[in-house]
Design a protein. Structure first.
Length: 484
C-alpha cells in the first residue's frame, strides 16, 4: 500500500511539475513574441536601412543626453538602463530578463541593451523562438528577426532578442524545494500509516505462531487459526494452514486406525491359538484327533501371523525407500523372467503367458527385490482370484522412458465400488475368501507404496465376472545418468 501511495504521489507530482514548467515556458515565449511585435512596429516605418540616430530617436527619446555614450566602434549605448525603459517598448522589455540588440541591414550593431552577445550571423535570422541550452549556465530563449519596411517590404535591419528566463528559473527552483518538502512529509506520513496498517497483519501472524506453539505442545490438539471474513493474503494463508493441519490430523488418525487394525488382525490368531492350547491343556492332549487338529490350526494361525508381521515390515520399509534405495538399478528382463518362471513352477495348474518386448540390457530405476516384490504381489493376487479360468497374462514393454507391466487375470473381477479401495490397508474384497487364502489386505498397499516411492504409477481395471488388469509404470534409468 505504501508503494502504491508513493507511485500515485510520484505520478501526481510529475504531472504538476510538467504542467507548471510548460505554462511558465509558454508565458515567457509569449513575452518574447510580444517584444518582437513591438520592435517590428517601432522600426518598420522607415524606408531606408536603419541608422544609429533613427534607433536612438525611436527607441530612447527620453534618455538624458548625459547618460548616452558611444563605444570604440561608435555604437550608442546607455549607461543607465533604467532611462531606456520609459515608453511602451521599454515597458515591454522590462517584463522579464529580456536583452535586445539592433543591427542595420549589413549586420552592424546599432544598439545593445542587457546581457547578450552581439555576434551576428544571417544564418540565425528567422522568426522562430528557440530554447538554447548552453553547456555552462542556465538555458534561455533566443530569436533573431529581420525588420522590414512596411511600405517597401525590404529588410532595413535586424533585431536579436534574448530572454534569460530569470523568473522561470526562480519559479522552478521554488517548485523543486516545495516538492522535496512534500516528499519528506509524504515519507513520514507513509511510515506512520504503514505502521497502523500493518498492525492487523502482525496480530494475525501472532495468532499463527500461537497456534503452532499449541500444536507443538500437543500434536493431537484441535487448535486452528481463527479465520476472519476477509479476502487478504493472511486469511488465505490461515485457511491453507488449517487445511494442512486437518490433513495432518487425518494422517494421524489413519496411523491410529492402522495400529488398531493390526491389533485386531493379530487378536484373532492369538485367540485361536490360545483356545486350542487351553483345549489341549484340559483334555484334548489325550485325544489324538483333537491334538492333531489343534496343532494344525495353531500352526496355520502362526504362519498367518508371521506373514502379517512380514507384510507390516515390508510396508514400513517401503516408506523408507526414498531415503535408502533411490540410486538402485535393476536389469528388467532378468527379474521379470525369474518371477515368471517361479510362478510357473509353483502353480503348474495355471496357464501363465509372458509377452515380453523389453529390449535386452534395459535398466530400471528400482531395487531388484522391490521389483520382484511388485511382480509377486500382482501375480499372487491373480492366482488367488482365478478359481474357474486358471489363466494369467503377464506383458511387459518400454515406452516414454517407463517400464510398463500389465498383469491380467480372468477371475471373479472387482466391482467399481471396491476397485476404489483395493489399495487401502487391510481392505479385502471378499474377506472370507481372502482369509481362506491367507490374505491380510496388505499386498496391494505395499505394491502401491513401492511404486510411488520410485516415482511410478499403478492402476487397476476390472469388470465383475471378466477379470482384472493391473498396470504398473516404473521409470527407466536415464542414459545420461549412467554415462556420468
Amino acid at each position: 500500500m505504501s508503494l502504491a501511495f508513493f507511485v500515485v504521489f510520484g505520478i501526481f507530482s510529475t504531472l504538476i511539475y510538467t504542467s507548471v514548467t510548460r505554462g511558465l515556458l509558454t508565458s515567457e515565449t509569449n513575452n518574447v513574441r510580444d517584444t518582437m511585435s513591438a520592435v517590428d512596429s517601432r522600426f518598420n516605418v522607415y524606408h531606408t536601412p536603419l541608422t544609429q540616430d533613427q534607433v536612438h530617436h525611436r527607441l530612447s527619446p527620453h534618455v538624458p543626453r548625459k547618460n548616452l555614450g558611444r563605444d570604440q566602434e561608435g555604437r550608442l549605448f546607455t549607461e543607465n538602463p533604467e532611462d531606456f525603459y520609459r515608453d511602451s517598448l521599454s515597458k515591454q522589455l522590462t517584463r522579464g530578463d529580456l536583452s535586445l540588440v539592433l543591427y542595420n541591414d549589413q549586420g552592424q550593431v546599432l544598439f545593445q541593451s542587457g546581457d547578450i552577445s552581439a555576434d551576428f550571423a544571417k544564418t540565425d535570422v528567422q522568426k522562430k523562438i528557440v530554447l538554447v541550452n548552453p553547456k555552462h549556465g542556465p538555458n534561455y530563449l533566443a530569436v533573431t528577426m529581420p525588420i522590414r519596411s512596411s511600405s517597401t517590404h525590404k529588410i532595413i535591419g535586424y533585431a536579436k532578442i534574448n530572454d534569460g528566463l530569470r523568473n522561470y528559473h526562480h519559479t522552478i527552483e521554488e517548485l523543486h524545494r516545495n516538492i522535496i518538502a512534500t516528499v519528506l512529509v509524504v515519507l513520514i506520513l507513509s511510515f506512520v500509516l504503514g505502521y497502523f496498517l500493518t498492525q492487523p497483519l502482525v496480530r494475525r501472524i501472532h495468532q499463527i505462531n500461537r497456534t503452532i506453539d499449541k500444536i507443538d505442545e500437543d500434536p493431537d490438539s484441535q487448535a486452528r487459526i481463527p479465520v476472519q471474513q476477509a479476502t487478504d493474503e493472511i486469511t488465505d494463508l490461515a485457511e491453507r494452514f488449517n487445511h494442512m493441519l486437518d490433513r495432518m490430523q487425518e494422517y494421524t488418525n489413519q496411523q491410529k486406525e492402522f495400529v488398531e487394525d493390526v491389533s485386531h488382525e493379530l487378536r484373532t490368531p492369538v485367540a485361536v491359538i490360545e483356545g486350542h492350547l487351553k483345549l489341549l491343556q484340559r483334555w484334548g492332549k489325550d485325544d489324538p484327533q483333537v491334538l492333531d487338529e489343534s496343532i494344525d490350526a495353531s500352526v496355520n494361525e502362526i504362519s498367518r501371523m508371521k506373514k502379517l508381521i512380514q507384510e507390516m515390515l515390508d510396508l514400513t520399509r517401503a516408506e523408507q525407500i526414498e531415503t535408502n534405495y533411490t540410486n538402485e538399478i535393476t536389469q528388467a528382463n532378468a527379474t521379470i523372467e525369474q518371477a515368471y518362471n517361479d510362478f510357473r513352477m509353483l502353480h503348474p495348474d495355471f496357464k501363465i503367458d509372458l509377452d515380453n518386448t523389453v529390449p535386452d540390457n534395459t535398466q530400471v530405476q528400482i531395487y531388484r527385490n522391490h521389483l520382484m516384490q511388485i511382480l509377486v504381489v500382482l501375480l499372487d493376487n491373480a492366482v488367488k482370484y482365478s478359481k474357474d479360468r486358471k489363466e494369467i497374462n503377464l506383458s511387459t514393454s518400454t515406452e516414454n522412458g517407463m517400464l510398463s507391466i500389465a498383469v491380467q487375470d480372468f477371475g471373479v473381477g472387482i466391482n467399481q465400488q471396491d476397485l476404489q479401495r483395493i489399495f487401502n490397508r487391510f481392505y479385502r474384497v471378499d474377506k472370507a475368501r481372502s482369509r481362506e487364502s491367507g490374505g491380510n489386505g496388505l499386498g496391494l498397499p505395499i505394491a502401491k507404496k513401492i511404486v510411488e516411492m520410485y516415482k511410478g504409477t499403478i492402476t487397476a481395471e476390472s469388470a465383475v465376472g471378466s477379470g482384472t488388469v493391473f498396470r504398473v509404470n516404473i521409470p527407466l534409468v536415464n542414459k545420461n545418468k549412467i554415462n556420468m
